[in-house]
Each structure stands twice: as structure tokens, then as C-alpha cells.
Design a protein around this ligand. Structure first.
Ligand code: UDP
Ligand code: MG
Length: 173
């Protein structure tokens, strides 16, 4: 099986309910390697681009409000964005996450244990996990620059690392 990268987002319900550590722990236990992480304030444009394939679904407007924290009183629209890497990482992450509808998800999965269907019919399911190879590639690029990913483009060129950097104007390092 190929080494893959996949995008995980701790959605506002997961963040607000203190499930960030649990999600990271479960993905660790599954043998996945964390190669990128950052808090992101989700703009409307980013939310709509991320979920662009669902734009014609009736739940789309509320999905955009959900991922931007509007249902969970998040002042800064923040989510934790993560990239995991490993053999078959996309399917493995989906398995740990569980099915989209928390009521149909394996009760031992994260969504099956902690997700809920709201009275409005919205699935609040704790985390996002890329659905397939094409989505994973597009989503990792959408949320992260190459230099933010371990093993991606180096932050500084190898010959410009600390030891190789030329002294500043005052001659000191
Ligand atoms: N969603 C929903 N109702 C639905 C289908 C999806 O509220 O009938 C939400 C849910 O939060 C889901 C997200 O929209 O995680 C994206 O849907 P998708 O079908 O891509 O599911 P996922 O890939 O997240 O399992
Ligand atoms: Mg999906």
C-alpha cells in the first residue's frame, strides 16, 4: 500500500467539547504519523472551497456555518488542521473517524462515540477526514503550504541553515 497524506480538521464541536487530545491520541494509536499542525481561523471563502463538492446540497449553508464555529460560539472561527501520513493513511483515518452520520457510525469510532445529529438534522461529527486520494491531495494543498509539512519543502534551503547563514550587518550572529 502507498504512503499517503491526509487532512484532518478538529471541527468546532470537537474543539469546544475538549476532544482534541482524544482525536490525536486515537490517530497516534492507529500508527499514523503527524506531519503538520496549525490553528486556522476559517474564512467563508476557505470553508466554501474546502466543501465545494457539496455546494448544491441542502445542508451546505449550515455546514459552512458549522465549520466556522457559528453553532459553538467560537469567537475566532478556529479549527485545528492536521496532516497525517502513513501507509493507507486515508482509509485508516476514515476508519478511526467512523461513518459520516454519527448514528450509523461504529460505536467504537470517534464519530460513533462523540458525534451527534442536531434537531436541525446537521451531523456534528467532531472531525473532518479526507474522503479519497484526490480529496486528500486537494485539501492538504488548500490548508497547508509545502514548507509547513514535515518532509515537504524545507523552511530554509540546506545551505542557508543557521550555521551557513552569513553574519548580519554588525558582524554578529
Ligand atoms: N453533513 C451533514 N448532513 C449530511 C451529510 C453531511 O450535516 O447529510 C455534514 C457532516 O458534518 C459531514 C460534512 O457535511 O462531515 C461533509 O459531508 P461528507 O459527505 O463529505 O462527509 P465526510 O467526508 O465528512 O464523512
Ligand atoms: Mg467528505
Amino acid at each position: 500500500m502507498a504512503i499517503e497524506k491526509t487532512l484532518v480538521l478538529i471541527k468546532p464541536d470537537g474543539f469546544k467539547r475538549g476532544l482534541t487530545g482524544l482525536v490525536i491520541d486515537r490517530l497516534d494509536q492507529a500508527g499514523l504519523e503527524l506531519v503538520a499542525a496549525k490553528m486556522v481561523s476559517v474564512t467563508e471563502a476557505l470553508a466554501k472551497e474546502h466543501y465545494r463538492e457539496l455546494a448544491d446540497k441542502p445542508f451546505f449553508p449550515n455546514l459552512i456555518r458549522y465549520i466556522r464555529g457559528e453553532f459553538h460560539s467560537l469567537a475566532h472561527q478556529q479549527v485545528l488542521a492536521l496532516v497525517y501520513q502513513g501507509e493507507g493513511a486515508i482509509a485508516l483515518t476514515r476508519k478511526v473517524a467512523g461513518a459520516t452520520n454519527p448514528e450509523q457510525a461504529d460505536p467504537h469510532s470517534i464519530r460513533g462515540s462523540f458525534g451527534r445529529v442536531t434537531t436541525q438534522g446537521q451531523f456534528e461529527n467532531v472531525l473532518h477526514a479526507s474522503g479519497n486520494a484526490a480529496d486528500a491531495e486537494r485539501e492538504v494543498k488548500l490548508w497547508f503550504k509545502p514548507e509547513e509539512i514535515i518532509g515537504g519543502a524545507p523552511a530554509v534551503a540546506p545551505n542557508e541553515g543557521l550555521s551557513g547563514r552569513s553574519p548580519g550587518a554588525n558582524g554578529k550572529r
